[in-house]
Design a protein around this ligand. Structure first.
Ligand code: HEC
Ligand code: HEC
Ligand code: HEC
Ligand code: HEC
Ligand code: HEC
Ligand code: HEC
Ligand code: HEC
Ligand code: HEC
Ligand code: HEC
Length: 387
C-alpha cells in the first residue's frame, strides 16, 4: 500500500481504480483494528488513527499545479501540538474529508491550496480571524499579493505549540523569543537588521524577554500600515510604553525622562500637539526613530555608530537641517537631560531667570491693575460723594 501511495500523485487513474477499492476496504477496516471502541452511531467522523494510517508514512507527496506537496504528518509532533493535546481531530479542521478517496483538489498551486485551507481556522478562532481582516497582510492579499501572511504561515496547524498560559492568557516566555523568527520567514532583511540592534541582540543573544519583538511595535493579528502619518505621530508613545517604565528601565540604568524631555523640546512639542489634534496629518519634526533609528536602534554610546558621538548625531540632524555642517549644531539639541546648573548651565540659568522674572512682571502688572481699579472706582467714588 505504502509503495503505491509514494509513487502515485494526485490522480486516481483508471489503472488505480482497483487499488482504490482495496484502499477503501483498508479504511473501513482500520477503525475496527485500532484500540478505540467501535464508533458510536452519533459520532461517525473518522478517527485520527484512520487518517494517520496512511498519512504517517514517510515520503508521501501529492502534486498540485505540478509542484510536490508533502503529505506526511508527524504523529508525535501532532500529539504534542496544542491541537493534539486539546483533542482537536483531523476532521475538525479537514471538514471536507470524510474518507478515501478524498474530494478532488481544485487548487492550482500549493500556495492556492494553503489559501483555501487556512479559512478553516475561523471555526474556532473567530476573534483572531476578525482582527486579521483589517491587517496589512489581508490588504496585501486582497490586492493580489499571495505571499502575504495567513494563519498557517505563522502557525503550523499540525505542530503549533501552546503560545499562551491557558489560565492567565499571558504569552509564554519561550514563545516570545520565537516571534521575530516567525516574521523573518518573509521579512528576513528587517530581521537581520533587528538582530543586531540593542533590542534584537538582547532578545536573540541573551534571551531577554523585556525588549520589544516585532509585535510589540506592530501588533500581531491586526498589524497596521507603519508608513502612515498616524503611526509616525504615535511612535513617541510607542517607545514610551517601556521607556517611561521606572521599574523596567532601572534594571538597565536607562533614563525614563526621555519622553518628557522630548515633549518639552521644540521638536517634540509640535509632534505632541499634532498627535493630539491632527493624528493623521504629516509633521516634519523628528520623532524618536529619526534620531535613534528603527530596526537598527543602538546603545547611544555604541563605539561606532552611537548617537552620543556628535558626528553620528549630526548625520541625523542633516536629514532635515541640510545646512547644519558643524558638529556644534548638535549642541542646540538639549539631549534628554533637563537643564541643570551642571549640564546646560546657560539654559538652566536663563530658565531660572524667567522663573522669577515672569512672576515678578506678572505680579507687578496685577498690583498695578488692582491699584488702578482702586483709584478709579473707590478713590474717585469717594471724591464724587464729597461733591
Ligand atoms: C487510504 C489512505 C488515506 C487515508 C486513510 C487518508 N488519506 Fe488523505 N490522502 C491520501 C492520498 C493518497 C492523498 C493524495 C491525494 C489523493 O489521492 O486524494 C491524500 C491527500 C490528503 C490531503 C491533501 C489534499 C487533498 O486531497 O485534500 C489531505 C488534507 C488529507 N489527505 C487529509 C486526510 C484526512 C484528514 C484523513 C482522515 C479523515 C485522510 N486524509 C485519510 C491517502 C489517505
Ligand atoms: C487545526 C486544524 C488542523 C488539524 C487539527 C489538522 N489539520 Fe491538516 N491541515 C490543516 C491546514 C490549514 C492545512 C493546510 C496547510 C498548508 O497551508 O499547507 C492542512 C494540511 C494537511 C495536509 C496536506 C499537506 C500539508 O501539510 O499541507 C495533510 C495531508 C493533512 N493536513 C492531514 C492531516 C491529518 C492526518 C491530521 C490529523 C492527524 C490533520 N491534518 C490535522 C489544518 C489542520
Ligand atoms: C475545531 C476547533 C479548532 C480549529 C478549527 C482550529 N483550532 Fe486552534 N485551537 C483550538 C483549541 C481548542 C485550542 C486551545 C485553546 C486554549 O486552550 O486557549 C487551540 C489553540 C491554538 C493556538 C495556540 C493558542 C494559545 O493560546 O496557546 C494557535 C496558535 C492556534 N490554535 C491556531 C490555529 C490555526 C492557525 C488554525 C487553522 C489552521 C486553528 N487553530 C484551527 C481549536 C481549534
Ligand atoms: C504574521 C503572523 C501571524 C499571523 C498571520 C497569524 N498569527 Fe496568530 N499569532 C502570531 C503570534 C506571533 C502570536 C503570539 C503573540 C501573542 O499571543 O500576542 C499569535 C497568537 C495566536 C493565538 C493565541 C491567542 C492570542 O490571540 O494571542 C491564536 C489562537 C492565534 N494566534 C490564531 C491565529 C489565527 C486563527 C490566525 C488567522 C486568522 C492567525 N493567528 C494569524 C502570529 C500570527
Ligand atoms: C508569509 C510571509 C509573511 C510573514 C510570515 C509575515 N509577513 Fe508581513 N508582509 C508580507 C507581505 C507579502 C507583505 C506586503 C508586501 C509588503 O508591503 O512588504 C507584508 C507586509 C507587512 C507590513 C507592512 C509593510 C508596509 O510597507 O506597509 C508589516 C508591518 C509586516 N508585514 C509585519 C509583519 C510582522 C510583524 C510579521 C510577524 C509577526 C510578519 N509581517 C510576517 C509577508 C509576510
Ligand atoms: C521598536 C519598535 C519596532 C520593532 C521592534 C520592529 N519594528 Fe518594524 N517598524 C517600526 C517603525 C516605527 C516602522 C515605521 C518606519 C517608517 O517610518 O517608515 C516600522 C516599519 C516596518 C515595516 C515597513 C517598512 C519597511 O521598512 O519595510 C515592516 C515590514 C516592519 N517594520 C517589520 C518588522 C519586523 C518583521 C520586525 C521584527 C523582526 C520589526 N518590524 C520590529 C518599529 C518597529
Ligand atoms: C533630536 C534627536 C533625538 C530625539 C528626537 C530623541 N532622542 Fe533619544 N537620544 C538622543 C541622543 C543624542 C541621545 C544620547 C545623548 C544623551 O544621553 O542625551 C539619546 C539618548 C536616549 C536614550 C538613552 C538614555 C540613557 O539613559 O542612556 C534613550 C532610551 C532614548 N534616547 C530614547 C528616546 C525616545 C523614547 C525618544 C522619543 C520619545 C527619543 N529618544 C527622542 C537623541 C534623540
Ligand atoms: C517592549 C519594551 C520596549 C519598547 C517598546 C522599546 N524599547 Fe528601547 N529598550 C528596551 C529595553 C529593555 C532596553 C535595554 C536593552 C539592553 O540594554 O539590553 C532598551 C534599549 C533602548 C536604547 C539603548 C539605550 C542605551 O543603553 O543607550 C535605545 C536608544 C532605545 N531602547 C530606544 C527605543 C526607541 C526609539 C523605541 C521606539 C521606537 C523603543 N526603544 C521601544 C525596551 C523597549
Ligand atoms: C525629521 C526632521 C528633523 C530632524 C531629524 C531634526 N530636526 Fe530640528 N527642526 C525640524 C523642523 C521642521 C524645525 C522647525 C523649523 C522652523 O520652524 O523653522 C526644527 C527646528 C530646530 C531648531 C530650532 C531653531 C530653528 O531653526 O527654528 C533647532 C535648534 C533644531 N531643530 C536642532 C536640531 C538638531 C540639533 C537636530 C539633530 C539632533 C535636529 N534638529 C533634527 C526638523 C528636524
Amino acid at each position: 500500500m505504502s509503495k503505491w501511495i509514494r509513487g502515485n500523485t494526485l490522480q486516481l487513474g483508471l489503472a488505480g481504480l482497483a487499488l482504490g477499492v482495496v484502499l477503501l476496504l483498508v479504511v473501513a477496516v482500520l477503525p475496527a483494528t485500532s484500540a478505540s471502541a467501535a464508533p458510536l452511531p452519533q459520532d461517525e467522523k473518522p478517527s485520527d488513527e484512520t487518517c494517520l494510517a496512511c498519512h504517517q508514512q514517510a515520503g508521501m507527496t501529492v502534486e498540485i499545479g505540478g509542484q510536490p506537496v508533502p503529505l506526511t504528518i508527524n504523529t508525535e509532533m501532532f500529539s504534542a501540538s496544542v491541537h493534539g493535546t486539546e483533542g482537536i481531530a483531523c476532521v475538525d479542521c479537514h471538514t471536507n474529508i470524510t474518507g478515501f478517496p478524498h474530494p478532488e483538489v481544485t487548487a492550482s498551486s500549493p500556495r492556492d491550496f494553503s489559501l483555501e485551507l487556512y479559512t478553516t481556522c475561523q471555526q474556532c478562532h473567530s476573534e483572531q480571524y476578525q482582527k486579521v481582516l483589517d491587517s496589512v497582510h489581508q490588504t496585501a492579499l486582497a490586492a493580489g499579493n499571495t505571499n502575504a501572511a495567513v494563519c498557517t504561515d505563522c502557525h503550523n496547524p499540525h505542530t503549533q505549540p501552546r503560545l499562551t498560559n491557558k489560565d492567565t492568557g499571558e504569552l509564554l516566555a519561550g514563545a516570545r523569543l520565537l516571534i521575530p523568527q516567525t516574521c523573518a520567514k518573509c521579512h528576513n532583511g528587517i530581521y537581520e537588521t533587528y538582530k543586531k540592534s540593542v533590542h534584537g541582540a538582547a532578545l536573540t543573544q541573551e534571551g531577554d524577554p523585556y525588549v520589544p519583538t516585532c509585535i510589540d511595535c506592530h501588533g500581531v493579528h491586526n498589524i497596521a500600515d507603519p508608513t502612515t502619518n498616524t503611526f509616525r505621530n504615535s511612535t513617541p508613545y510607542l517607545c514610551a510604553n517601556c521607556h517611561t517604565n521606572e521599574t523596567l528601565m532601572k534594571q538597565y540604568g536607562i533614563s525614563t525622562n526621555v519622553l518628557n524631555t522630548y515633549v518639552s523640546d521644540f521638536h517634540g512639542t509640535t509632534v505632541k500637539m499634532f498627535e493630539e489634534t491632527y493624528p493623521d496629518q504629516p509633521t516634519n519634526k523628528p520623532v524618536c526613530t529619526d534620531c535613534h533609528g528603527i530596526h537598527d536602534i543602538l546603545k547611544v554610546d555604541d563605539p561606532n555608530a552611537g548617537i552620543s558621538i556628535k558626528s553620528n548625531l549630526l548625520v541625523k540632524c542633516q536629514q532635515c537641517h541640510p545646512n547644519a555642517t558643524t558638529e556644534s549644531f548638535t549642541d542646540s539639541w538639549l539631549s534628554h537631560y533637563e537643564p541643570s546648573a551642571q549640564a546646560w548651565p546657560l539654559v538652566y540659568y536663563v530658565n531660572l531667570f524667567y522663573k522669577f522674572f515672569i512672576p515678578a512682571v506678572l505680579g507687578g502688572m496685577i498690583v498695578f491693575v488692582l491699584s488702578d481699579i482702586y483709584r478709579r472706582f473707590i478713590v474717585r467714588g469717594k471724591g464724587n460723594s464729597h461733591k
